[in-house]
Design a protein. Structure first.
Length: 480
């Protein structure tokens, strides 16, 4: 099949989170399965690789009756993976992907990414490469299924569309006054209830199939408490809605081959993991106490990730852990200024805590390799990747039972245990979960090691997920 991946991000060209890794890794896995896959994304400032070649085309799209936007297209290849960049000043003339700062997205993003969708389809319609499937990722590409099914079916008569929800909280809302400039028919806009006036809802309504990134999250988002106003819409599409767990690129995330950690190791050489712990303790200026379990976190500092519950209050759970439990902790991340400030305060008060505000890929790998446990107390987590990395690195995940975390980590009370799982995101629930981990490490090292080896044996490679997506593509093409 010819498969077009439409996305606002794709590693290594443009990345703000796991979306970029998923798009590129899934594409490579599908190529290995014999498909012709090409990625399409905007050409942001500094995102074009040095070897990108401008194609000999000059294109334009029409807005309304007379207003036109000109754009150009660049192509680059990374091995067998081709990537096409749609170039226009609304992308190349600004910093960042969604805005100069992650916490301040550009107010016209709904217009920018609608323009990207129109330009992508215009480019495809002028080529001999008409995709069998356009796989759209998140709200930034939500206009594409609407355009293909309602306005451009004659140009793409046999093209099916898939809409993947990576995080339902981000929807790309617009007003009815915006619809003319976005290329949405007024009658379509007037027919949408207020909660559906966003690009993600348009994609969900008009795609041939809708997916999200874990089976449990697919169930959760059909309930009001997780649905962000779209739960009823998703329930109405439940017959063509599925959750497919994300995979891991083990060429990048495997302690046996990881070039970013000081000491490689595997199931047969677990003792070498201790050298990474020593390096992490040293780099983060923690006490030289290898006899204490080290709990790591690498995360956006955001409410979604459970930081409000973890650090807020006069006697926050994190503070109580540091006071009462024989442990040390490393937290790496950036995000909400209030949480950054609170973590810095705690860092200054407790020598067994090290907080690094910012992000470094090398440090992220070292935290996975050098920690004994990895904490993810998310309010909700569509899939999550760090718990999958932690499993492969023998760093037992401590996770809340939600979304992809529930699908990938088995609690220590089970004979198949690979981590610690808890249900209630409360101070008591958080403290109890970490207490269980610390007690396991101090009191039953045999069980701890058995869980490590079982965790490292888990296979969350892209092979199975790519096969499932392939089945989705095949099924919807039969119905076109």
């Amino acid at each position: 099949m010819k498969i077009a991946m439409a996305s606002s991000e794709a590693a290594p060209y443009a990345k703000s989170g796991g979306l970029a890794d998923m798009v590129s890794s899934l594409s490579r896995s599908l190529i290995e399965r014999g498909h012709d896959v090409r990625i399409f994304l905007p050409a942001y400032r500094d995102s074009l690789p040095p070897d990108a070649q401008e194609l000999p085309v000059r294109l334009k799209v029409r807005w309304g009756d007379s207003f036109q936007e000109k754009f150009s297209v660049f192509r680059a290849a990374s091995g067998s993976l081709e990537c096409y960049f749609i170039s226009h000043p609304l992308f190349s003339g600004r910093g960042g992907i969604y805005g100069e700062h992650a916490y301040a997205p550009d107010p016209d993003n709904h217009y920018r990414f609608s323009l990207f969708s129109h330009m992508l389809l215009e480019f495809l319609s002028r080529t001999s490469w008409i995709p069998d499937v356009i796989h759209c990722h998140d709200w930034t590409t939500g206009l594409i299924p609407y355009l293909v099914s309602m306005k451009q079916r004659s140009l793409f008569p046999e093209t099916a569309s898939v809409m993947t929800i990576h995080n339902l909280a981000f929807q790309g809302g617009f007003s009815r006054l915006d619809t003319y400039g976005m290329g949405i028919d007024p009658e379509t806009a007037h027919g949408l209830p207020p909660e559906h006036q966003n690009l993600l809802a348009l994609g969900i309504i008009h795609a041939d199939w809708v997916t999200t990134v874990s089976p449990t999250y697919a169930l959760e988002v059909q309930r009001p408490e997780y649905g962000f106003g779209l739960d009823a819409l998703l329930r109405s599409r439940k017959e063509c809605f599925s959750g497919i767990i994300n995979g891991v690129d083990y060429r990048v995330w495997d302690p046996q081959t990881d070039s970013l950690i000081p000491q490689r190791y595997g199931p047969d050489s677990l003792e070498a993991k201790q050298l990474n712990k020593q390096e992490l303790i040293s780099r983060c200026s923690l006490s030289d106490r290898e006899d204490l379990p080290l709990i790591g976190m690498v995360s956006r500092l955001a409410e979604q990730k459970g930081f409000m519950e973890l650090v807020n209050g006069t006697h926050s759970p994190l503070e109580e852990m540091l006071k009462v439990l024989p442990m040390q902790a490393v937290i790496v991340g950036t995000g909400d200024a209030r949480m950054e400030k609170r973590l810095r305060e705690l860092d200054g008060q407790y020598p067994q805590l090290s907080v690094v505000i910012g992000f470094s890929d090398g440090l992220a790998h070292l935290v996975e390799a050098g920690s004994d446990f990895f904490l993810m107390p998310s309010r909700y987590e569509p899939c999550g990747l760090n718990q999958l990395y932690s499993l492969r690195y023998g760093t037992l995940p401590i996770v809340r039972r939600t979304g992809g975390l529930a699908d990938t980590v088995i609690d220590m009370d089970s004979e198949s245990a690979t981590g610690i799982v808890f249900d209630e995101l409360t101070p008591e629930g958080l403290f109890e979960a970490v207490s269980r981990a610390v007690h396991l490490w101090h009191e039953d090292r045999t069980m701890y090691t058995t869980m490590q080896l079982r965790a490292m044996a888990q296979d969350f490679s892209w092979n199975s997920s790519a096969e499932t997506y392939e089945a989705v593509y095949t099924g919807i093409r039969r119905n076109i």
